[in-house]
Design a binder for this molecule. Structure first.
Ligand SMILES: [Zn+2]
Length: 311
């Protein structure tokens, strides 16, 4: 049996008709090889070969190089966030205010005593920022140092002398990352209400001296242990060169946030407290608690900023 090679007139037996239907259809519709292509599909002009090759070296044809670069940056950001268990990178803080917000009596979250340093639970600002503060200094987790450095997290530490003293080098490393500031949390973490005025001064000024010796500067911010203080505490703080006393409105744990606000959400200017603690103290790591804070801040549409820039 032979199917004709010039034209479409095969001579076949009845059993093969079904199988050859496709061939016959193709023969009846395909244009002959010698026919000219329709004018509408002819390219107006071919690009010079060199131009095509140059484009192909930089990006696949049809993809805008700017768009490709953006997609690649977005992919890297997602990968960086995923390394720390986050869906996306934290929102960067806005530029700090040129002047620190004025602390006036009509703003919530402030205790103002004439002639004494202000006590601040919430910084008066309209910026969608909140402030992370980390106290004491018992746990010294190198993963936390890596995470805050890689993600550029701003935060303030309030360090107690006897807890930081076994490894001041760890805290100098946090400061060297460039996103942290250090505050004063006394030498021995005593309840200020139970000490004489002179003892309180020793606790605060002594820690200023130790911080200056170990980190190179005397911090402007102070936090009394347990958040407890008297007017004597404020006077002692002032005599030791303290500008403001920072308390808090939220406390972060590896598994939850606790709010002092009845509406249980963050407010602009809120100060978040957490601690240098490890798995033995609260069943999680420093990176767990930081992840908890970052997710909360992100979900509620805020960015972390540096308390020292605002207070
Ligand atoms: Zn403390």
């Amino acid at each position: 049996m032979k199917i004709g090679s010039s034209g479409c007139h095969p001579r076949v037996g009845p059993a093969l008709w079904a199988g050859l239907a496709v061939v016959l259809t193709a023969c009846s519709t395909a244009p002959s090889r010698s026919a000219a292509p329709p004018a509408a599909t002819a390219p107006a002009a071919l690009p010079p070969l060199a131009a095509v090759e140059t484009r192909e070296r930089h990006a696949p044809l049809g993809i805008d190089p700017v768009q490709a670069a953006r997609q690649s940056a977005e992919r890297r950001a997602r990968e960086q966030a995923a390394r720390w268990g986050l869906d996306r990178l934290p929102t960067a803080a806005p530029a700090p205010p040129e002047q620190r917000p004025a602390l006036t009596a009509d703003r919530p979250g402030l205790v103002l005593r004439p002639g004494l340093p202000p006590v601040v639970q919430r910084v008066p600002t309209e910026d969608r920022v909140v402030f992370l503060t980390i106290d004491d200094g018992a746990e010294k987790d190198p993963e936390f140092a890596r995470m805050t450095a890689e993600l550029g997290i701003p935060y303030s530490t309030f360090l107690t002398g006897y807890l930081a003293r076994p490894d001041w080098g760890y805290f100098r490393g946090l400061l060297a990352n460039g996103h942290a500031a250090t505050g004063n949390h006394t030498l021995n973490h005593r309840d200020m209400r139970k000490l004489t005025a002179a003892e309180q001064r020793t606790e605060i000024c002594g820690q200023q001296d130790e911080l200056e010796r170990e980190t190179g500067s005397r911090p402007p911010l102070f936090r009394p242990p347990y958040g407890e203080y008297t007017d004597d505490t404020l006077r002692a703080a002032q005599q030791c060169g303290i500008r403001a006393v920072a308390l808090w409105n939220e406390e972060a744990f590896p598994d939850r946030m606790e709010y002092r606000h009845a509406d249980r959400v963050l407010h602009p200017g809120d100060i978040i407290l957490t601690h240098f603690r490890g798995r033995a103290e609260w069943g999680g790591t420093m990176t767990d608690v930081l992840r908890r804070v970052l997710r909360t801040v992100d979900e509620q549409g805020f960015a972390l900023a540096l308390l020292d820039d605002y207070l």
